[in-house]
Ligand binder design. Structure first.
Ligand code: PBG
Length: 334
Protein backbone atom coordinates (compact mmCIF):
# COMPACT_ATOMS: atom_id res chain seq x y z
CA UNK A 1 0.00 0.00 0.00
CA UNK A 2 1.38 3.38 -0.95
CA UNK A 3 1.35 6.29 1.45
CA UNK A 4 0.10 8.94 0.97
CA UNK A 5 -2.55 7.16 -1.13
CA UNK A 6 -2.77 8.03 -4.80
CA UNK A 7 -5.73 10.21 -5.78
CA UNK A 8 -8.48 7.76 -6.61
CA UNK A 9 -10.14 7.79 -9.99
CA UNK A 10 -12.91 8.82 -10.03
CA UNK A 11 -13.03 10.42 -6.59
CA UNK A 12 -16.74 9.72 -6.28
CA UNK A 13 -18.38 6.51 -7.40
CA UNK A 14 -22.16 6.84 -7.27
CA UNK A 15 -22.52 3.15 -8.06
CA UNK A 16 -21.18 2.33 -4.61
CA UNK A 17 -24.49 3.09 -2.85
CA UNK A 18 -26.46 1.45 -5.64
CA UNK A 19 -24.65 -1.84 -5.21
CA UNK A 20 -26.98 -3.35 -2.58
CA UNK A 21 -30.69 -3.39 -2.01
CA UNK A 22 -30.31 -2.30 1.65
CA UNK A 23 -28.23 0.66 0.55
CA UNK A 24 -30.63 1.69 -2.20
CA UNK A 25 -33.44 1.56 0.35
CA UNK A 26 -31.46 3.61 2.83
CA UNK A 27 -30.82 6.52 0.45
CA UNK A 28 -34.30 6.53 -1.07
CA UNK A 29 -35.52 10.12 -1.48
CA UNK A 30 -39.21 9.43 -2.03
CA UNK A 31 -41.58 6.53 -1.99
CA UNK A 32 -45.13 5.69 -2.91
CA UNK A 33 -47.58 4.54 -0.29
CA UNK A 34 -51.20 3.46 -0.47
CA UNK A 35 -51.97 6.69 1.43
CA UNK A 36 -51.07 8.59 -1.74
CA UNK A 37 -53.81 7.06 -3.87
CA UNK A 38 -57.17 8.41 -4.97
CA UNK A 39 -59.27 5.98 -7.01
CA UNK A 40 -61.58 7.45 -9.69
CA UNK A 41 -64.76 5.38 -10.24
CA UNK A 42 -67.47 5.62 -12.89
CA UNK A 43 -71.05 4.88 -11.94
CA UNK A 44 -74.17 4.39 -14.09
CA UNK A 45 -77.83 4.13 -13.13
CA UNK A 46 -78.39 0.43 -13.64
CA UNK A 47 -77.22 -2.98 -12.54
CA UNK A 48 -74.05 -4.91 -13.27
CA UNK A 49 -70.97 -3.47 -14.92
CA UNK A 50 -70.27 -2.02 -18.35
CA UNK A 51 -66.88 -2.24 -20.04
CA UNK A 52 -65.44 1.02 -21.39
CA UNK A 53 -63.81 0.35 -24.73
CA UNK A 54 -61.13 3.03 -24.52
CA UNK A 55 -60.33 2.19 -20.86
CA UNK A 56 -59.58 -1.54 -20.84
CA UNK A 57 -59.77 -2.96 -17.34
CA UNK A 58 -61.98 -0.14 -16.04
CA UNK A 59 -65.77 -0.51 -15.96
CA UNK A 60 -68.72 1.67 -15.26
CA UNK A 61 -70.23 0.27 -12.10
CA UNK A 62 -73.95 -0.12 -11.56
CA UNK A 63 -75.59 1.12 -8.39
CA UNK A 64 -75.50 -2.48 -7.11
CA UNK A 65 -71.68 -2.59 -7.48
CA UNK A 66 -70.51 0.82 -6.39
CA UNK A 67 -70.77 0.29 -2.63
CA UNK A 68 -68.71 -2.90 -2.96
CA UNK A 69 -66.04 -0.91 -4.80
CA UNK A 70 -66.00 1.61 -1.96
CA UNK A 71 -65.64 -1.22 0.55
CA UNK A 72 -62.81 -2.62 -1.55
CA UNK A 73 -61.08 0.76 -1.42
CA UNK A 74 -61.34 0.68 2.38
CA UNK A 75 -59.96 -2.87 2.50
CA UNK A 76 -57.06 -1.87 0.28
CA UNK A 77 -56.31 1.12 2.50
CA UNK A 78 -57.01 3.68 -0.24
CA UNK A 79 -57.92 6.94 1.54
CA UNK A 80 -60.35 8.41 -1.00
CA UNK A 81 -62.36 7.79 -4.13
CA UNK A 82 -63.54 10.25 -6.81
CA UNK A 83 -66.96 9.44 -8.27
CA UNK A 84 -68.01 10.31 -11.83
CA UNK A 85 -71.54 9.73 -13.10
CA UNK A 86 -72.43 8.44 -16.57
CA UNK A 87 -75.71 10.30 -16.82
CA UNK A 88 -78.67 8.87 -18.71
CA UNK A 89 -78.79 10.86 -22.00
CA UNK A 90 -82.49 11.55 -21.35
CA UNK A 91 -81.50 13.54 -18.26
CA UNK A 92 -79.04 15.78 -20.09
CA UNK A 93 -80.16 19.26 -21.04
CA UNK A 94 -78.82 22.60 -22.23
CA UNK A 95 -78.98 24.02 -18.72
CA UNK A 96 -77.59 20.83 -17.10
CA UNK A 97 -80.40 21.00 -14.51
CA UNK A 98 -79.73 17.41 -13.41
CA UNK A 99 -76.48 18.68 -11.85
CA UNK A 100 -78.45 20.38 -9.09
CA UNK A 101 -81.00 17.62 -8.52
CA UNK A 102 -80.31 16.35 -5.05
CA UNK A 103 -81.50 12.90 -6.04
CA UNK A 104 -79.25 12.64 -9.06
CA UNK A 105 -77.16 9.53 -9.49
CA UNK A 106 -73.98 10.79 -7.89
CA UNK A 107 -75.81 12.19 -4.85
CA UNK A 108 -77.77 8.96 -4.30
CA UNK A 109 -74.64 6.86 -4.61
CA UNK A 110 -72.66 9.15 -2.29
CA UNK A 111 -75.33 8.79 0.39
CA UNK A 112 -75.22 5.00 0.05
CA UNK A 113 -71.44 4.86 0.19
CA UNK A 114 -71.26 7.11 3.21
CA UNK A 115 -73.90 5.02 4.94
CA UNK A 116 -71.81 1.91 4.30
CA UNK A 117 -68.29 3.10 5.02
CA UNK A 118 -68.70 6.33 6.98
CA UNK A 119 -65.50 8.15 7.66
CA UNK A 120 -63.24 5.27 6.60
CA UNK A 121 -63.15 6.66 3.08
CA UNK A 122 -63.19 10.18 1.66
CA UNK A 123 -65.60 10.82 -1.20
CA UNK A 124 -64.57 13.43 -3.75
CA UNK A 125 -67.08 14.79 -6.27
CA UNK A 126 -66.38 16.90 -9.34
CA UNK A 127 -68.14 20.19 -9.75
CA UNK A 128 -68.66 20.85 -13.45
CA UNK A 129 -71.62 20.55 -15.78
CA UNK A 130 -70.23 18.26 -18.50
CA UNK A 131 -71.78 15.00 -17.24
CA UNK A 132 -75.19 16.70 -17.38
CA UNK A 133 -75.09 19.10 -20.33
CA UNK A 134 -76.44 18.19 -23.76
CA UNK A 135 -73.53 20.13 -25.33
CA UNK A 136 -70.87 18.40 -23.23
CA UNK A 137 -69.32 21.68 -22.02
CA UNK A 138 -68.42 22.22 -18.36
CA UNK A 139 -70.39 25.46 -18.25
CA UNK A 140 -73.57 27.05 -19.62
CA UNK A 141 -73.45 28.04 -23.29
CA UNK A 142 -74.95 31.33 -24.55
CA UNK A 143 -74.58 32.31 -28.21
CA UNK A 144 -71.96 29.63 -28.65
CA UNK A 145 -69.84 30.82 -25.70
CA UNK A 146 -69.30 29.18 -22.34
CA UNK A 147 -70.37 31.91 -19.94
CA UNK A 148 -68.46 32.32 -16.71
CA UNK A 149 -70.55 34.03 -14.04
CA UNK A 150 -73.89 32.41 -14.89
CA UNK A 151 -72.17 29.05 -14.78
CA UNK A 152 -70.82 29.71 -11.29
CA UNK A 153 -74.37 30.38 -10.09
CA UNK A 154 -75.19 26.77 -11.04
CA UNK A 155 -71.90 25.31 -9.81
CA UNK A 156 -72.45 26.62 -6.30
CA UNK A 157 -75.83 24.86 -6.18
CA UNK A 158 -74.20 21.69 -7.47
CA UNK A 159 -71.61 21.96 -4.69
CA UNK A 160 -74.35 22.37 -2.08
CA UNK A 161 -76.43 19.35 -3.18
CA UNK A 162 -73.28 17.24 -3.28
CA UNK A 163 -72.22 18.40 0.18
CA UNK A 164 -75.71 17.67 1.44
CA UNK A 165 -75.38 14.13 0.05
CA UNK A 166 -72.37 13.65 2.30
CA UNK A 167 -69.45 14.27 -0.02
CA UNK A 168 -66.25 15.16 1.83
CA UNK A 169 -64.38 17.02 -0.88
CA UNK A 170 -65.73 19.27 -3.60
CA UNK A 171 -63.46 19.24 -6.63
CA UNK A 172 -64.31 22.00 -9.10
CA UNK A 173 -63.00 20.83 -12.48
CA UNK A 174 -64.74 23.47 -14.58
CA UNK A 175 -62.02 26.16 -14.79
CA UNK A 176 -64.41 29.12 -14.53
CA UNK A 177 -62.76 32.25 -13.11
CA UNK A 178 -63.65 33.00 -9.51
CA UNK A 179 -65.59 29.84 -8.74
CA UNK A 180 -63.53 28.68 -5.76
CA UNK A 181 -64.31 31.76 -3.69
CA UNK A 182 -68.02 31.63 -4.50
CA UNK A 183 -68.27 27.90 -3.76
CA UNK A 184 -66.34 28.32 -0.49
CA UNK A 185 -68.69 31.10 0.56
CA UNK A 186 -71.78 29.09 -0.37
CA UNK A 187 -70.55 25.99 1.50
CA UNK A 188 -69.76 28.01 4.62
CA UNK A 189 -73.10 29.75 4.54
CA UNK A 190 -74.90 26.41 4.24
CA UNK A 191 -73.03 25.08 7.28
CA UNK A 192 -70.63 22.93 5.29
CA UNK A 193 -67.55 24.63 6.64
CA UNK A 194 -65.83 21.25 7.03
CA UNK A 195 -66.23 20.23 3.41
CA UNK A 196 -62.89 20.58 1.66
CA UNK A 197 -62.23 22.07 -1.74
CA UNK A 198 -59.70 20.32 -3.95
CA UNK A 199 -59.39 22.65 -6.88
CA UNK A 200 -58.55 21.45 -10.36
CA UNK A 201 -56.38 24.56 -10.40
CA UNK A 202 -54.07 23.91 -13.34
CA UNK A 203 -56.18 21.99 -15.80
CA UNK A 204 -55.11 21.85 -19.40
CA UNK A 205 -57.17 21.53 -22.57
CA UNK A 206 -55.79 18.08 -23.20
CA UNK A 207 -56.29 15.35 -25.76
CA UNK A 208 -55.61 12.85 -22.97
CA UNK A 209 -59.19 13.11 -21.61
CA UNK A 210 -60.73 11.18 -24.52
CA UNK A 211 -61.42 7.88 -22.74
CA UNK A 212 -62.94 9.69 -19.74
CA UNK A 213 -65.39 11.41 -22.05
CA UNK A 214 -66.32 7.99 -23.44
CA UNK A 215 -66.72 6.69 -19.90
CA UNK A 216 -69.14 9.40 -18.77
CA UNK A 217 -70.74 9.60 -22.21
CA UNK A 218 -69.92 13.27 -22.85
CA UNK A 219 -67.77 12.66 -25.95
CA UNK A 220 -70.79 12.41 -28.25
CA UNK A 221 -72.32 15.54 -26.72
CA UNK A 222 -69.14 17.55 -27.15
CA UNK A 223 -68.60 16.40 -30.74
CA UNK A 224 -65.93 18.39 -32.54
CA UNK A 225 -66.06 21.24 -30.00
CA UNK A 226 -63.22 21.78 -27.51
CA UNK A 227 -62.70 23.41 -24.10
CA UNK A 228 -59.90 25.78 -25.02
CA UNK A 229 -61.70 28.95 -23.89
CA UNK A 230 -61.53 27.81 -20.25
CA UNK A 231 -58.96 25.04 -19.90
CA UNK A 232 -55.32 26.08 -20.20
CA UNK A 233 -53.17 25.81 -23.29
CA UNK A 234 -50.42 23.16 -22.99
CA UNK A 235 -47.93 25.92 -23.83
CA UNK A 236 -48.49 27.64 -20.46
CA UNK A 237 -46.39 27.24 -17.33
CA UNK A 238 -46.40 30.64 -15.55
CA UNK A 239 -50.15 30.77 -16.08
CA UNK A 240 -50.54 27.59 -14.01
CA UNK A 241 -48.81 29.34 -11.11
CA UNK A 242 -51.21 32.27 -11.51
CA UNK A 243 -54.22 29.89 -11.53
CA UNK A 244 -53.03 28.11 -8.37
CA UNK A 245 -52.33 31.42 -6.58
CA UNK A 246 -55.88 32.60 -7.29
CA UNK A 247 -57.53 29.36 -6.17
CA UNK A 248 -55.53 29.35 -2.94
CA UNK A 249 -56.41 32.98 -2.26
CA UNK A 250 -60.07 32.08 -2.82
CA UNK A 251 -59.91 29.31 -0.23
CA UNK A 252 -58.89 26.05 -1.93
CA UNK A 253 -57.57 23.50 0.59
CA UNK A 254 -55.58 21.58 -1.98
CA UNK A 255 -54.80 21.95 -5.65
CA UNK A 256 -54.55 19.59 -8.56
CA UNK A 257 -52.56 19.53 -11.76
CA UNK A 258 -54.09 17.70 -14.69
CA UNK A 259 -53.10 15.78 -16.81
CA UNK A 260 -50.25 14.22 -14.88
CA UNK A 261 -47.30 12.61 -16.59
CA UNK A 262 -46.90 15.16 -19.44
CA UNK A 263 -47.18 17.97 -16.84
CA UNK A 264 -44.78 16.87 -14.10
CA UNK A 265 -42.88 20.13 -14.60
CA UNK A 266 -46.04 21.95 -13.48
CA UNK A 267 -46.50 19.63 -10.49
CA UNK A 268 -42.94 20.37 -9.40
CA UNK A 269 -43.29 24.14 -9.86
CA UNK A 270 -46.60 24.29 -8.00
CA UNK A 271 -45.29 22.29 -5.05
CA UNK A 272 -42.06 24.27 -4.86
CA UNK A 273 -43.80 27.63 -5.19
CA UNK A 274 -46.69 27.16 -2.75
CA UNK A 275 -45.87 24.21 -0.51
CA UNK A 276 -49.55 23.28 -0.22
CA UNK A 277 -51.21 19.87 -0.63
CA UNK A 278 -50.72 19.19 -4.32
CA UNK A 279 -52.32 16.39 -6.29
CA UNK A 280 -51.88 15.19 -9.84
CA UNK A 281 -54.37 13.36 -12.01
CA UNK A 282 -52.96 10.53 -14.10
CA UNK A 283 -55.83 10.89 -16.54
CA UNK A 284 -57.71 8.39 -18.62
CA UNK A 285 -55.52 8.76 -21.73
CA UNK A 286 -52.38 8.15 -19.69
CA UNK A 287 -53.94 5.06 -18.18
CA UNK A 288 -55.03 3.87 -21.64
CA UNK A 289 -51.52 4.32 -23.06
CA UNK A 290 -49.94 2.26 -20.33
CA UNK A 291 -52.66 -0.39 -20.17
CA UNK A 292 -52.71 -0.69 -23.96
CA UNK A 293 -48.96 -1.24 -24.16
CA UNK A 294 -49.05 -3.71 -21.27
CA UNK A 295 -51.93 -5.65 -22.82
CA UNK A 296 -50.03 -5.78 -26.12
CA UNK A 297 -47.05 -7.24 -24.26
CA UNK A 298 -44.84 -4.23 -25.03
CA UNK A 299 -44.35 -3.05 -21.45
CA UNK A 300 -44.21 -4.95 -18.21
CA UNK A 301 -47.30 -3.96 -16.25
CA UNK A 302 -46.52 -3.90 -12.56
CA UNK A 303 -43.14 -2.23 -12.96
CA UNK A 304 -44.37 0.44 -15.31
CA UNK A 305 -47.42 1.25 -13.15
CA UNK A 306 -45.28 1.69 -10.05
CA UNK A 307 -42.62 3.72 -11.84
CA UNK A 308 -45.23 6.04 -13.34
CA UNK A 309 -46.74 6.66 -9.89
CA UNK A 310 -43.42 7.11 -8.12
CA UNK A 311 -42.54 9.80 -10.67
CA UNK A 312 -45.45 11.88 -9.35
CA UNK A 313 -44.05 11.65 -5.83
CA UNK A 314 -40.58 12.61 -7.01
CA UNK A 315 -42.06 15.67 -8.75
CA UNK A 316 -43.57 16.70 -5.41
CA UNK A 317 -47.16 15.49 -5.57
CA UNK A 318 -48.71 14.53 -2.24
CA UNK A 319 -51.09 12.15 -3.95
CA UNK A 320 -52.24 10.88 -7.33
CA UNK A 321 -55.67 10.28 -8.80
CA UNK A 322 -55.13 7.14 -10.80
CA UNK A 323 -57.20 4.39 -12.36
CA UNK A 324 -54.34 2.11 -11.27
CA UNK A 325 -55.12 2.77 -7.59
CA UNK A 326 -56.33 -0.77 -6.80
CA UNK A 327 -53.42 -2.35 -8.73
CA UNK A 328 -50.93 -0.10 -6.97
CA UNK A 329 -52.49 -0.76 -3.56
CA UNK A 330 -52.22 -4.50 -4.19
CA UNK A 331 -48.61 -4.18 -5.31
CA UNK A 332 -47.83 -2.11 -2.23
CA UNK A 333 -48.82 -5.17 -0.31
CA UNK A 334 -52.04 -4.56 1.52
C1 PBG B 1 -64.84 17.05 -16.30
C2 PBG B 1 -63.64 16.22 -16.08
C3 PBG B 1 -62.81 15.67 -17.07
C4 PBG B 1 -61.91 14.83 -16.42
C5 PBG B 1 -62.19 14.91 -15.04
N1 PBG B 1 -63.25 15.80 -14.85
C6 PBG B 1 -62.85 15.77 -18.55
C7 PBG B 1 -62.81 17.07 -19.22
O1 PBG B 1 -62.46 18.10 -18.64
O2 PBG B 1 -63.19 17.08 -20.39
C8 PBG B 1 -60.89 13.99 -17.10
C9 PBG B 1 -60.34 12.83 -16.34
C10 PBG B 1 -59.67 11.80 -17.15
O3 PBG B 1 -59.42 11.97 -18.36
O4 PBG B 1 -59.35 10.75 -16.58
N2 PBG B 1 -64.79 18.39 -16.13
Amino acid sequence: MSYPPRAPFPATRLRRVRAHDWSRRLVRECSLSVDDLIWPLFVFDGHGTEAIKSLPGVSRLGTDHIVDAARRAVDLGIPAIALFPATDPKLKSDDAAEAINENNLVCRVTREIKRAVGDQLGVILDVALDPYSSHGQDGLVRDGRVVNDETIAVLLQQAIVQARAGCDVIAPSDMMDGRIGVIRGALDEADFGDVQIMSYAAKYASAFYGPFRDAVGSAANLGAADKKTYQQSPSQSDEAIHEVALDLAEGADSVMVKPGMPYLDIVARVKQTFGVPTFAYQVSGEYAMIRGAVDAGWLSGDAVIMESLLAFKRAGADGVLTYFAPDAARLLGR
